[in-house]
Design a protein around this ligand. Structure first.
Ligand code: ADP
Ligand code: ZN
Length: 435
């Protein structure tokens, strides 16, 4: 019997009481134990002992990624090092790594949070969880692993890489839940199909818990069709815990935030003003019971919104929408803001197209950005003439114009020329930085 974790169904007022208690404790902890927060609160004139309602949170100053970097390695610890059991670091996609430290309690919460993904997938101890996120400093592998163990699954610590072996193990061990980045899942799927396997017959997968990078709805559908399972999105980041901060349930209508451990806000990234539910903006997170690396109003730079209303699954924890991307990855093409995942979504409406692409950004002689989508058609698509290639390029480009109001050049490239990823895919090649 799949379990039903009570707190996920608690009345929201009860969750808000937990959040207020957690925030009160966290701001005091941070103020008393971490120099950065003492200085930042004092400078902003914020008294950490004055919080009496969730409305007070808007008065607290933010913490940014750079603040965490500046505190490297141990400057953001709220406990003595002897109480820290594990250290992780961000994968450094956008610069110097940041550190996430965990006490024994923090590790337990982490496992419990990710285990909710198994519960959301209707899973339990009868599941075999195949973890193909990278193990190591990256939070993906170990976080999913703790989740699998906490959910009682038979957990297989594959880590990323050696794709043919992954496929063998998926088949032979009868894995039912696959955890890895969506781009690696796609690589596994494509490789299995190339090997002549029929995932519906040869695999036993029911669910994939995929995250750590944005992926579009059309990418998801393609993956679900290829591997004959259901894909659930998982969100997390080193600075607050790793994967499990928010997870999608079977309804696939947004990711339930673990609201008993995190307090979410959406802000206008330009003004810092808190936005109402439903509006898109930057996600800001405050940890409620993190001991080693608490954060207060951490600006994630991830763009999403809080979905108004309750999920049909009946759980009361609020949901964030699927992440469009981070502010750093946003392209501004002739004044229009576009995320790579939106470009992906339009491209994936063309059945001729595979999921392998990169977006090159360059500048023209007037210093205006030029964006080129380099993408591979599916290997079985017959594009026998240059004219056929050019026609498809033009059609995709026109679809971008209609759907996103941006001019994107499209260049079809030979199959297998875009690098395959075993972790997070590199979607943007910024030639401007190389000039
Ligand atoms: P790095 O910042 O070096 O990539 P992390 O591994 O901590 O380090 O990555 C966390 C980031 O990954 C998040 O801030 C977000 O931008 C991205 N991310 C994580 N999960 C998702 C998801 N489900 N959808 C989209 N983006 C995600
Ligand atoms: Zn739900």
């Amino acid at each position: 019997m799949a379990k039903k974790t009570e707190v996920l169904y608690a009345p929201h007022e009860q969750i808000e009481e937990m959040q207020l208690a957690g925030i009160k404790k966290t701001v005091i902890d941070c103020y008393e134990h971490i120099d950065f927060y003492k200085k930042s609160f004092d400078e902003a004139g914020f008294d950490p002992y004055s919080v009496t309602s969730l409305d007070d949170v808007a008065r607290i100053p933010f913490v940014q990624k750079q603040d965490l970097r500046d505190a490297y390695p141990y400057g953001m610890l709220a406990v003595p090092l002897k109480d820290v059991r594990e250290i992780h670091m961000s994968s450094g996609t956008t610069g110097i790594a940041t550190v996430g430290a965990y006490t024994e309690h923090d590790l337990k919460i982490w496992g419990e949070c990710f285990a909710r993904g198994v519960e959301y997938a209707g899973g339990d101890e009868n599941d075999v969880m195949h973890v193909a996120y990278g193990y190591g400093l990256f939070t993906g592998g170990i976080g999913a692993h703790y989740g699998g163990v906490a959910a009682g699954c038979t957990t297989i610590p594959m880590s990323a890489g050696n794709t043919e072996r992954q496929i063998r193990v998926l088949r032979e061990m009868g894995s039912t839940i696959l955890c890895c980045t969506p781009s690696y899942a796609m690589h596994i799927a494509d490789t299995a199909l190339e090997m002549g396997l029929d995932p519906a017959r040869d695999f036993h997968l029911r669910a994939g818990i995929h995250g750590a990078e944005p992926f579009s709805d059309n990418f998801r559908r393609d993956l679900e069709r290829k591997l004959n399972y259901r894909v659930l999105d998982v969100y997390g980041l080193t600075e607050t815990m790793g994967p499990g901060v928010a997870l999608e349930c079977w309804e696939q209508q947004g990711l339930h935030i673990a609201e008993d451990h995190f307090y979410p806000e959406i802000i206008n990234p330009e003004t810092g003003e808190v936005l109402p539910d439903g509006e898109w903006g930057e996600l800001v997170l405050t940890t409620l019971d993190r001991e080693a690396s608490p954060v207060v109003r951490y600006r994630t730079r991830d763009i999403t919104r809080i979905i108004p209303g309750q999920c049909p699954c009946g759980r009361t924890h609020r949901r964030i929408d699927r992440i469009h991307g981070r502010t750093d990855d946003m392209l501004i093409i002739r004044g229009v803001n576009v995320f790579p995942s939106q470009i992906e979504d339009v491209m994936k409406t063309f059945p001729q197209m595979s999921s392998w692409y990169q977006i090159e950004v360059d500048t023209d002689h007037r210093s205006l950005d030029i964006v080129t989508l380099k993408a591979e058609p599916n290997p079985d698509v017959d594009l026998d003439s240059m004219a056929a290639v050019e026609r498809l390029q033009r059609q995709i480009s026109a679809a971008m114009k209609t759907a996103l109001s941006v001019g994107v050049k499209v260049k079809l490239v030979e199959p297998k020329t875009i690098p395959r990823s075993e972790g997070k895919a590199k979607r943007i090649v910024d030639l401007r930085k190389e000039k």
